[in-house]
Design a binder for this molecule. Structure first.
Ligand code: PMT
Length: 401
């Protein structure tokens, strides 16, 4: 496992030297990046000796660019850990600044990112630091610690960097690392809009958050990801090809034409089951007391992907308001995906538009419950489960890395 350790300037930098030693002892390949202020606390030579590789310090260094530039370093890493992460480096990363090697690497990294904060307890408790931490968490960063106790400044409270052994164990347990390396993953997300006339449409409450989180988790697991997205308010993800569609039939066309060249298809979109037979070219006038809309069943993308001759490993979702297991099992049997991830919708927790969700995942002869958590975390767990199931399938197009 390739671990990129970025050390920022705090007294806890000395603990990171021990972290390198522990990681190397357990077989990880470690490269170290140090900020200018980190070098005030520990000499780069210490990290060079422990990691067995030159330490990277400058964003623009002709020699280092030739050896391994920041983009190459980011690509090399299976995991990026910032330890210690000072309040300043946390603020920079959470705001997308890129004015030194550490912050630039954070932006360039597509692998899972961990931070181990270390700072004075008052700085840690300050609202702006907590906001920055929440922002990083919402971007999928895993925060380890900080621990509570006596601090170098003489105060007591939360702010001590977690112990190197704890950080080491957390990193080596990272579930996503390269589990989908070399594989192509196609994901659908968001709602569809079925037009009634030139200004009105039928849609649903899907925000796209679940599908976008899955796309991000698949990318972090090393996959090449294509996201077919209905109309959502989310920012376009970086390093993911996004195909924007509006209607169920556009989503059908975008997915069916691409599915055979993909290894995995995940249908997280809330595709309309019915669409108006006629779309009026002009706005429907308000006249009669009642009007009747005639709707036609849409084509079932999931079921058709599962029937393709060169079908990807196919994962469907089931959005249910009652009898979750019965309906999910029914969809598994009828639409024939390899797995179905069922969630409760229509309540006040999870499902549509929420930042949280829980899933009950079913496959032939098996099931797993993924408890209520943030959609980023849940997506990582589902991708991990898919990688597990996929590696057990007898016909696998490409070996997993
Ligand atoms: O987008 P969010 O706000 O984050 O909310 C997430 C979610 C609740 C939308 C998501 O977790 C979810 O459940 N997605 C599937 C919603 C849905 O349409 O469920 P369904 O039970 O109606 O459909 C079952 C499966 O068939 C789904 O994989 C769906 O994509 C697929 N389908 C449905 C109709 C159709 N014409 N073609 C399809 O492929």
């Amino acid at each position: 496992m390739n671990i990129l350790l970025a050390v920022s300037g705090g007294i806890a930098a000395y603990k990171s030297a021990e972290l390198v030693r522990l990681l190397r002892k357990r077989g990880a390949d470690v490269r170290v990046v140090m900020t200018r202020s980190a070098r005030e606390f520990v000499a780069p030579l210490t990290f060079q000796a422990l990691s067995g590789s030159p330490v990277h310090t400058e964003l623009l260094d002709a020699d280092e660019e030739n050896a391994m530039g920041h983009i190459n370093l980011a690509r090399w890493a299976d995991v990026l850990i910032i330890a210690p992460a000072t309040a300043n480096s946390i603020a920079k990363c959470s705001h997308g600044l890129a004015d030194d090697l550490l912050s630039t690497l954070y932006l360039a990294a597509t692998c899972p990112v961990y931070i181990a904060p270390a700072m004075n307890q008052a700085m840690w408790n300050k609202a702006v630091t907590q906001e920055n931490i929440q922002k990083l968490k919402s971007h999928g960063v895993t925060v380890i610690g900080p621990a509570q106790g006596d601090q170098a400044c003489g105060e007591t409270g939360f702010g001590r960097m977690s112990e190197p052994l704890e950080i080491c164990e957390r990193l080596l347990a990272e579930p996503l690392v390269r589990r989908l390396q070399g594989l192509k993953v196609l994901i659908s997300a968001g709602p569809t809009r079925e037009p009634l006339d030139s200004v009105r449409y039928i849609t649903n409450r899907s925000s796209g958050k679940m599908g976008y989180a899955l796309a991000d988790a698949a990318l972090k697991a090393g996959a090449q990801v294509t996201l077919v997205s209905g109309p959502v308010q989310l920012a376009a993800p970086v390093n993911i090809e996004v195909i924007r569609v509006e209607t169920a039939s556009q989503m059908y066309a975008a997915i069916i034409s691409r599915a055979p060249e993909h290894d995995i298809y995940i249908g997280a979109a809330a595709v309309a089951d019915y669409s108006p037979v006629v779309m009026q070219s002009e706005k429907i006038k308000k006249q009669a007391e009642q009007i009747t809309l005639t709707l036609q069943k849409t084509r079932d993308i999931l079921a058709e992907v599962a029937q393709l001759e060169h079908r990807p490993f196919t994962v469907g979702f089931a959005a249910e308001t009652h009898d979750l297991e019965r309906y999910a099992q029914d969809k598994l049997a009828r639409k024939k995906p390899d797995m179905i991830a069922a969630n409760w919708v229509g309540g006040d927790q999870g499902g549509f538009d929420s930042d949280q969700n829980a899933l009950q995942v079913f496959w032939k002869n098996g099931q797993k419950t993924l408890a209520m958590t943030g959609k980023n975390q849940l997506a990582a767990q589902l991708i991990s489960l898919i990688a597990e199931r996929l590696s057990e399938k007898p016909v696998l197009k490409k070996p997993l890395g």
